[in-house]
Design a protein around this ligand. Structure first.
Ligand code: FES
Ligand SMILES: [Fe+2]
Length: 470
């Protein structure tokens, strides 16, 4: 360790924790283009360093509190608008014991209903499909797409059912950049207020101008937070993903916290992590191309003598994306072309920023199990600038991986499936190890694990409000 690093480390005040290595913000100062201010601005807040009880991950009681007090009150990403492009298209979004039917009821209107028949409670639908109305498969009660009652079977036997009182109960729906969100709490703040300042940051990346091209889902044997938190800090890369160290400056990453619901981790691509072995600029470039999940270099690019892999990679990305989608990236920063700009929205939605094909994660409990979660990975592809060159779009079926399949078995996840599998291999052992703990608590890093603490504090804020039943 150099003297400079040692000195930086020794002079930190408690709560001021920062990596002594070149920081992400310092690296941004070397960008070859102008960066938006919100990328430069740090927004870290010391949130304390108390231990966190392991019961928050393992106990059924705590899971029940999250279910009753938190999941019923938060905005949840249910689907993309392009999943249900035609009037009559619908799909099912399940969370815990709740199920919602998301329906395109008019060309420019999306509604969502509690997915439960008013007759004897059967789920109205179980999967994505298109229909002219919403008919229950059990006895044939039927509703119009807007939720008003259309047909009562054996109507003579239901004189007590008044059509005007038998519309399907709705759940709140709001949209942001092509993402459809639902919220069971009619008194919750608007989606825009809830997401702030995410919409402001994402404005220039405009994910509304993208379509979902990949959607893979997998059941993972761990608490939903254990799984999500595997994607909330970058410094596990040194041990779990050593092969990406040549291009991912993991311990140099930035962590920012905003309000109760948003945080982000910005991790540099194109410089080695501080614990990487010595690498050449060419080795850095070669590893970015196959290991970043954002492949853009099929023909091996050579880093000219005296130049930096990061700048060469960013320029190659600008050209490749521009050729592919017709947009002009010539003034876009290296950071926005390359880096892992991992935004999280509480409790479980993670839309990456930047201009490449954007990765989106969603994590939620698998039904009502505290020890099993569903993790999904989506990729959004930017539409071609010229509408005439846009391919006709067909909604992407979800690729469900069975329990014994790996992420890497999903061929569409080029490069990144292997990385996910490395994360996954850890999760059952975290679950088992937490249960075996004598200490009974986990201890978070002040800076690099601040986003995890942030979310736990927000969960506590919801729990302090008490149970809410929609
Ligand atoms: S349960 Fe739906 S029609 Fe009977
Ligand atoms: Fe990882």
């Amino acid at each position: 360790m150099s003297e400079r690093i040692k000195e930086k480390e020794e002079n930190l005040e408690p709560g001021e924790a920062r990596s002594p290595y070149t920081s992400y913000t310092e690296y941004l100062g070397e960008d070859s283009k102008k960066l938006p201010d919100f990328m430069m601005e740090e927004n870290y807040e010391f949130l304390g360093s108390e231990d966190i009880s392991i019961e928050r991950y393992t106990s059924k009681e705590f899971f029940k509190k999250e279910a009753e007090c938190m999941w019923t009150r938060v905005w949840q990403f249910a689907c993309r608008v392009e999943d249900i492009p035609e009037v009559g298209d619908s799909l099912v979004y399940d969370i815990l014991d709740y199920s919602f039917l998301i329906v395109r009821s008019e060309e420019n209107k999306i509604q969502a209903f509690y997915n439960s028949c008013l007759h004897r409670g059967r789920k109205l639908k179980t999967e994505r499909g298109i229909s002219k109305d919403l008919e229950c498969p059990f006895h044939g009660y039927c509703w119009n797409l807007d939720g008003t009652l259309k047909h009562t079977p054996a109507a003579w036997d239901f004189p007590h059912v008044k059509a005007e009182e038998w519309s399907l109960p709705e759940v709140r729906v709001e949209l942001w950049q092509g993402f459809v969100f639902i919220n069971m709490d009619d008194n919750a703040v608007s989606l825009e207020e809830y997401l702030a300042p995410l919409p402001e940051h994402h404005e220039r990346w405009n994910l509304a101008d993208c379509k979902k091209v990949i959607h893979v889902s997998k059941v993972v044997p761990g608490n939903w937070k254990t799984v999500q938190e595997a994607f909330m800090e970058a410094f596990h890369a040194t041990k779990i993903h050593p092969e990406i160290l040549p291009f991912q400056a993991d311990e140099n990453a930035r962590y920012d916290i905003y309000g109760d619901h948003m945080n982000r981790n910005l991790a540099l691509v194109g410089k080695p992590g501080p614990h990487c072995w010595p690498v050449t600029e060419q080795e850095i470039l070669d590893t970015i191309s196959y290991g970043s999940g954002r492949v853009f270099d099929e023909n091996k690019t050579v880093v000219p003598e005296g130049e930096e892999a990061r700048k060469v990679a960013a320029e190659a990305a600008r050209k490749a994306y521009s050729t592919a989608d017709g947009h002009d990236y010539s003034d876009k920063s290296d950071a926005e072309m390359l880096d892992a700009l991992v935004y999280n929205v509480f409790p479980n939605f993670s839309p990456w920023g930047g201009f490449p094909r954007n990765l989106i994660y969603r994590f939620r409990p698998n039904g009502t199990r505290e020890d099993s979660a569903i993790m999904e990975a989506f990729f959004l592809q930017r539409n071609h600038k010229d509408p005439e060159k846009q391919e006709p779009y067909e909604p992407i079926p979800i690729h469900y991986l069975s329990e014994d399949e790996n992420w890497d078995d999903a061929e569409e996840l080029i490069g990144i499936g292997v990385i996910f599998d490395q994360d996954m291999s850890n999760i059952p052992e975290v679950e088992r190890g937490m249960r075996a703990s004598k200490k009974g608590t986990v201890t978070y890093a002040n800076y690099q694990e601040s986003r995890i603490r942030h979310y736990h504090q927000t969960i506590d804020k919801y729990i302090s409000k008490g149970p809410f039943k929609p």
